[in-house]
Ligand binder design. Structure first.
Ligand code: PLP
Length: 406
């Protein structure tokens, strides 16, 4: 007889990603022949621009197939530092850059370097926030302190809320603008006001996840907190290739981490994954230096889709939804339907039962808000990284399904 393997508390405590679960379910239903429209995927539906692919192909054919420095190939790190200095105004050099297997790993490593188990450290997370922040913080031993943004303020928190949340226990402030799942972003003034608060609390490290910086649709420019001189020495900027360059499957992210932190992150990485796939490094340089035209054309397509989906969602009865100004998500408040019964006779009690009934009865997949934070449980997330006709058809199905709820 085989002894049962005892799972660690760590493994037992972690839930699988809600967003990936929806994508997997959609693939399963489609494989069974169901005509499902999936608003679940958090990835661009475009292919990676050809020049970026060609750089990897050339490197592969040239034999760039061996281990590289764990922290990243020097030329790629230099290209990232140049991008961050010139585009984002962050004073940094290649020494401050650590390249990892996706921004997800960069965030994970940063938190592992900043937090200790049992040290009573809080991490302030404005919510709604990406589903992976909480598990990452908790795996590192920290406690998440959620600060809820109001739907009427495009889900953004105010400087007063931030000031009230900071205590002696606050180790890290995480910010993600433009935001997944909100689809909104802070204006330079709003971010500046949060920066003013952070400037007064020198013990707080800032972890700024800027993965959607290129996907912005309103009048506001993206700004980086790490560009402010008084914050630069304690701001870790996270970014990557996934969203801007349609490279989700390549798994390339990076951190700009001051005070030698990049090397500490690489030290952990050296015992976990080592360097990213070696022949991908030249593609980072191609993406950062030669692909602005591709990025702009994808951005324009997303901008049109964002306007389309917002127009359609706005016609749904009893649903509130801010206009998307960044990333590729809308995050409508569907709580008016809690307590109602779907046309197929299912009780809608929360966002999970709403999403389940919608999938079963209308063949439309959305992500329930629950895992994006306590204040997000009255919402569902729809990604508009799908074609216009799918957006129209999916929104139409939802409209009809909502109308049948009583
Ligand atoms: N940060 C946010 C806010 C995200 O939405 C995602 C992906 O969905 C990531 C980080 C991770 O991106 P990747 O690991 O693909 O670079």
């Amino acid at each position: 007889m085989t002894t049962t393997i005892a799972l660690s508390a760590r493994a037992r405590s972690i839930k699988p990603s809600a967003t990936l679960a929806v994508s997997t379910r959609v693939k399963q239903l489609k494989a069974k022949g169901r005509d499902v429209i999936g608003f679940g995927a958090g990835e661009p539906d475009f292919d990676t621009p050809d020049a970026i692919k060609q750089s990897a192909i050339a490197a592969l054919q040239a034999g760039q197939t061996k281990y590289q420095p764990v922290i990243g190939a020097p030329a790629a790190r230099a290209a990232i530092a140049t991008k961050l200095s010139s585009e984002n105004g962050i004073a940094c050099t290649a020494d401050d850059i650590c390249i990892s297997t996706g921004a997800k790993q960069s965030l994970y490593l940063a938190l592992q370097c900043l937090l200790d188990v049992g040290a009573n450290q809080d991490v302030i997370v404005p919510t709604p926030a990406w589903v992976s922040y909480r598990p990452m913080v908790e795996l590192a031993g920290g406690t998440v302190v959620e600060v809820a943004g109001e739907v009427d303020n495009d889900f953004k928190i105010t400087p007063e809320q931030l000031e009230a949340a900071i205590t002696d226990r606050t180790a890290v402030f995480m910010i993600n603008s433009p935001s997944n799942p909100c689809g909104t972003m802070y204006s330079p003034d709003e971010l500046g006001a949060l920066g003013d608060v952070l400037a007064r609390h020198e013990h707080v490290v800032i972890l700024s996840d800027e993965i959607y910086e290129k996907l912005i649709y309103g009048d506001d420019a993206h700004v980086s907190l790490g560009a402010r001189p008084e914050l630069a020495g304690r701001t870790i900027t996270i970014n990557g290739m996934s969203k801007a360059y349609a490279m989700t499957g390549w798994r390339i992210g990076y951190a700009c981490a001051p005070q030698g932190l990049a090397k500490q992150m690489a030290k952990l990485q050296s015992q976990m994954t080592s360097n990213i796939t070696s022949f991908c490094y030249p593609s980072i340089i191609t993406a950062l230096t030669e692909s602005s035209g591709d990025v702009e054309s994808m951005r324009q397509t997303f901008a049109l889709r964002g306007a389309l989906i917002h127009e359609l969602v706005s016609t749904w009865p009893d649903v509130r939804c801010p206009k998307p100004t960044g990333a590729f998500y809308v995050f409508p408040d569907i709580s008016a339907y809690f307590g109602r019964t779907s046309g197929g006779g299912r009780a809608i009690t929360d966002a999970v039962s709403f999403a389940e009934a919608l999938l079963e009865e209308a063949d439309v997949a959305v992500v329930p808000g629950d895992d994006f934070g306590a204040c997000a449980a009255t919402h569902v997330r729809l990604s508009f990284a799908i074609a216009d006709d799918q957006i129209r058809e999916g929104c139409d199905r939802i409209h009809r399904w909502l109308a049948a709820c009583s």
